[in-house]
Design a protein around this ligand. Structure first.
Ligand code: PMP
Length: 285
C-alpha cells in the first residue's frame, strides 16, 4: 500500500514527503508533536490530544496554524488515505522555515505541519500485555520542561535504545531524589501492597499523558484509590503491580524492573482490569 503524508497543506506520496533543510524542527528541535491512537479507523481522544497540542504550542509561543476543526479534517483524512484501522497518527508542528538563527524568525513565518498515520500490530501489543514487559531504570537527564511535548527527544531516544539493548521494553527515568519520573515514551505506575494506584503528579517533570488522564477517570469510577505522588525504584520493586501507559500501548503491565520481578512476576489484576476497561473511558471520534 502506498503511504501518504500531509506536509504543509498537501497530501504527498511517501517518497515525496519532504520538509525544508531550514525547518526549525530539523535545526533546533523547535517544534511539538502528538501521537494519537487510531482504533477501528477512528481517532481516540482527539479532543484531549488537540488540547495538549495547544498547550505545548502556547508554551513555545508558536501560533496554532490551523483551526481545530481544519486540523481534525486533516487528521481523519490522513488516517483514511493510509487505510489505517488500528494504529497511530503522528502530528508535528514546528516554528517553520527561516534562515538559521536561534532567536525566533520574523513574525508571519508560517509554522510547518506534518501528519502521518500508520498501522500498529494490535495483536502483538495484546500478546505483550498478556506476558507483561520488562523495564530498566536510568537517570533522568532531560531538561526541566518535559511537560511540553516537544520534538527534542534525544535523552528519550538514548534511554529507549539502552532499554532495547538490554532486552527491555522501556526505560523508567529516575530523578536526583531516586524517584521515578516516567518512561522514555510512557507514564509509570505502581499498585501498592494495599491496592493504591500510584503515579507521579503531572508537574513539569513528566509529560501529562492523555492515557494517564483517561485512566485517572477510570480509576475513580472503578472505586480504586489513586495517589498522585512520586515513588522510588525500591517502592516499585516492592509493589504488587507496575504498569506503564501511552497512546500506543494503552495499559501495559510491567513485570520486571532491572531484571528483578515485580510482585509474582506476572501481570496483575489491576493492570489487566484497567487495560480491559480503557476504551469505556476514552473518546472516539
Ligand atoms: N511520557 C512521555 C515522555 C511520552 O513520550 C509519552 C507518549 N507520548 C507519554 C508519557 C504518554 O503520553 P500519552 O498517554 O499521551 O501517549
Amino acid at each position: 500500500m502506498s503511504r501518504i503524508a500531509y506536509v504543509n497543506g498537501r497530501y504527498r506520496p511517501w517518497r515525496d514527503a519532504m520538509v525544508h533543510v531550514e525547518d526549525r524542527g530539523y535545526q533546533f528541535s523547535d517544534g511539538v508533536y502528538e501521537v494519537c491512537e487510531v482504533r477501528g479507523g477512528r481517532l481516540v481522544d482527539e479532543r484531549r490530544h488537540l488540547a495538549r497540542l495547544a498547550r505545548s504550542l502556547e508554551a513555545l509561543r508558536i501560533a496554532m496554524p490551523m483551526s481545530p476543526a481544519a486540523l481534525g479534517v486533516v487528521m481523519r483524512e490522513t488516517v483514511r488515505r493510509n487505510r489505517v484501522s488500528d494504529g497511530i497518527l503522528y502530528l508535528q508542528m514546528t516554528r517553520g522555515v527561516a534562515r538559521r538563527d536561534h532567536a525566533f524568525p520574523p513574525p508571519g513565518t508560517a509554522p510547518a505541519v506534518v501528519v502521518t498515520a500508520r498501522s500498529l500490530d494490535s495483536a502483538g501489543n495484546d500478546a505483550s500485555a498478556e506476558n507483561g514487559v520488562a523495564v530498566i531504570t536510568l537517570p533522568d537527564n532531560r531538561w526541566g520542561r518535559v511537560d511540553i511535548k516537544s520534538v527534542a527527544l534525544l535523552p528519550n531516544v538514548l534511554a529507549k535504545q539502552t532499554a532495547r539493548e538490554q532486552g527491555a521494553r522501556e526505560a523508567w527515568l529516575v530523578d536526583r531524589d531516586g524517584n521515578v519520573t516516567e518512561g522514555s515514551s510512557s507514564n509509570a505506575w505502581i499498585v501498592t501492597g494495599t491496592g493504591k494506584v500510584v503515579t507521579r503528579p503531572a508537574d513539569s517533570a513528566i509529560l501529562r499523558g492523555i492515557t494517564r488522564d483517561v485512566l485517572i477517570g477510570a480509576i475513580s469510577v472503578k472505586g480504586l484509590t489513586l495517589e498522585e505522588r512520586a515513588f522510588t525504584v525500591a517502592e516499585a520493586l516492592a509493589a504488587k503491580e507496575a504498569f506503564l501507559t501511552s497512546a500506543s500501548q494503552i495499559v501495559m503491565p510491567v513485570v520486571r524492573i532491572d531484571g528483578k520481578p515485580v510482585g509474582d512476576g506476572r501481570p496483575g489484576p489491576v493492570a489487566r482490569a484497567l487495560r480491559a476497561a480503557f476504551y469505556r473511558y476514552a473518546e472516539s471520534s
